[in-house]
Design a binder for this molecule. Structure first.
Ligand SMILES: CC(C)(COP(=O)(O)OP(=O)(O)OC[C@H]1O[C@@H](n2cnc3c(N)ncnc32)[C@H](O)[C@@H]1OP(=O)(O)O)[C@@H](O)C(=O)NCCC(=O)NCCS
Length: 161
């Protein structure tokens, strides 16, 4: 899915801070608990989730856009996070991970974080970004549609037909 970026006024959710290279373990725990039992869960262990996040932060899916990637921290634990990487082939940011801990879901954290990240990307002068979502991941599909992501590139507000 694609989204044309436009100027946005959005305050990040309380407790947000930019993601750093040192967040592998913190985000690994979040990833494990967020994906467990969902359509995208393939039986990964906690250790594998920590490894996946550590590798993601060191460029497994492309260079991480750290200033535009945010995590919400509560009592030393990551409860939600959004990670954007550079999609070298498309030349635009790719939303690689959106995760909210089950205990914190349904409070608007993912929507708030993604909106703030989109504002950061727009401020970095990106015109567009993209993501990949598993068909049938309703919570994610609903958020992305609500935020204006579309299956067609170059559509949406601010773009002439
Ligand atoms: C997808 C995910 C990040 C949503 O996190 P969240 O913080 O609960 O989302 P929000 O509270 O910001 O929800 C915003 C909107 O998403 C939709 N939504 C959220 N949870 C939903 C659910 N269980 N079913 C259907 N729609 C849902 C709703 O449209 C909601 O809008 P509303 O508040 O007006 O009802 C979370 O469910 C998650 O971590 N899932 C596992 C990881 C994953 O699949 N990530 C996406 C990979 S592409």
């Amino acid at each position: 899915m694609y989204k044309t970026l436009e100027p946005l006024h959005a305050l990040p959710p309380e407790g947000s801070r930019p993601v750093t290279t040192a967040d592998g373990e913190l985000l690994g725990h979040l990833m494990y608990h967020s994906y467990l039992g969902t359509i995208d869960y393939d039986g990964e262990t906690l250790d594998q989730a920590i490894q996946e996040m550590s590798e993601t932060l060191t460029g497994k899916y492309g260079k991480v856009n750290f200033p535009a990637s945010l995590a919400v921290i509560d009592g030393g634990t990551a409860v939600a996070a959004v990670i954007f990487v550079d999609h070298a082939k498309l030349g635009m940011p790719l939303l690689a991970f959106t995760m909210t801990h089950p205990k914190f879901q349904g409070r608007g954290l993912a929507q708030g974080l993604i909106t703030s990240c989109l504002r950061n990307l727009q401020e970095q002068a990106f015109a567009e970004c993209c993501l990949v979502v598993t068909k049938g991941n309703r919570p994610a599909e609903d958020i992305y549609k609500k935020l204006g992501f579309s299956l067609t590139r170059g559509t949406g507000p601010g773009v002439s037909p």
